[in-house]
Write a protein that binds this ligand. Structure first.
Ligand SMILES: Cc1cc2nc3c(=O)[nH]c(=O)nc-3n(C[C@H](O)[C@H](O)[C@H](O)COP(=O)(O)O)c2cc1C
Length: 318
């Protein structure tokens, strides 16, 4: 069966630099949803705010820009600007679990308010030139909040709904609630995209066997940990050789590209520490390199540690 595989939005990770570098070394992602762009009160957002979605930065992989916000008056002009840039679909973030965001009734913080969501859609859907797709969790506090929302979504011509079957409160703890996901499939008139904990071919096969009508999937952390994974899932084959070498070329280019855009060594090091939290999980004894990188305070020392790791220790485990 042919299916669509999306790269998930991970703020601080899957920006245009990552997406472009990924595409030069790996395959398997048909498209990406971008990390969220917050709505602003201004009518026209500055191009610098939209750098991640500018077409000139995105020739490698089709993208769907994501917006986070709860106010149609701010959302509509931003969606219009994205349409001017050529984006026929924009994604609305109804999943972000972070308390600072959710407290302001944004992301998953809006899920307990079906009437607000309905009102937002009533005002927004007819007013924007793009199609609207939604990325959502099951609820803020409880996994049944979504069951009040799906009948509302059914009344609007949405592009698709991407479901990460956890609650916001759960963050990333516990297992995705597959029974609740199944119920969503049964209730909806829309195309549903599954997202959550696809970490290897086996987990993908289990999910696709359980949800045979689902033809669109999204993968986030699993692809950061193991960038071969999208192609493995897409082809069903796990027969790569020289993984460490391929990964190293990818990593070195990623580092160089971030070095060009970050102003100081501190930011660059922080970004790399974020990546190594995930990258390390693909290597044998990966905890060691993760800890070493995590403890590093200076960029030259970081470079030494990573160089030595690739020269002496790196053994692919995934
Ligand atoms: C560090 C981090 C940043 C994220 N940023 C976003 C974001 O900007 N927008 C969004 O919709 N989801 C965001 N997510 C959620 C992911 O897109 C995805 O739904 C989640 O990680 C579950 O999928 P996975 O198990 O394949 O990673 C983020 C997740 C993480 C871990």
């Amino acid at each position: 069966m042919t299916f669509k595989l999306y790269l998930a939005p991970l703020r601080g990770f899957t920006d245009y630099i990552y997406r472009n570098t990924f595409s030069r070394h790996f395959d398997g992602c048909d498209a990406a949803v971008t990390p969220f762009i917050p709505t602003l009160k201004t009518i026209r957002v500055k191009p610098s705010h939209l750098k991640d979605v500018l077409p000139e930065n995105n020739s490698a992989m089709p993208i769907v820009p994501q917006i986070i916000g709860n106010n149609h008056e701010n959302f509509i002009p931003l969606a219009g600007q994205l349409s001017d840039l050529g984006y026929k679909t924009v994604n609305w973030n109804l999943g972000c679990p972070f308390p600072m965001v959710a407290k302001k009734q944004r992301g998953s913080g809006l899920l307990p308010y079906p009437e607000k969501i309905d009102n937002f859609l009533k005002k927004t859907v007819p007013a924007i030139p793009n199609r609207l797709s939604i990325k959502i969790r099951l609820g803020r506090k409880t996994p049944d909040e979504i069951f009040k929302l799906i009948p509302i979504f059914n009344r609007y011509p949405l592009q698709e709904i991407i479901i990460h079957p956890r609650t916001g409160k759960q963050m990333y703890d516990g297992e995705p609630d597959l029974d609740a996901f199944e119920k969503c499939i049964d209730m909806t008139h829309h195309r549903i995209v599954y997202n959550g904990d696809i970490i290897d071919l086996k987990s993908f096969k289990n999910l696709s066997a359980r949800f045979p009508t689902t033809d669109s999937w999204m993968i986030g952390r699993g692809a950061i940990i193991n960038p071969f994974l999208p192609a493995i899932i897409k082809t069903g084959k796990d027969n790569f050789s020289n993984q460490v070498e391929t990964f190293r070329h990818f990593y070195e280019e990623l580092f160089e590209e971030y070095q060009k855009v970050f102003s100081g060594p501190g930011h660059l090091l922080e970004r790399m520490k974020g990546f190594w939290f995930y990258f390390s999980q693909s290597f044998k004894d990966g905890r060691k390199i993760r800890k070493k990188v995590h403890r590093t305070l200076k960029l030259p020392r970081y470079l030494e540690i990573v160089e030595r790791f690739f020269e002496e220790d790196a053994e692919w485990e995934k």
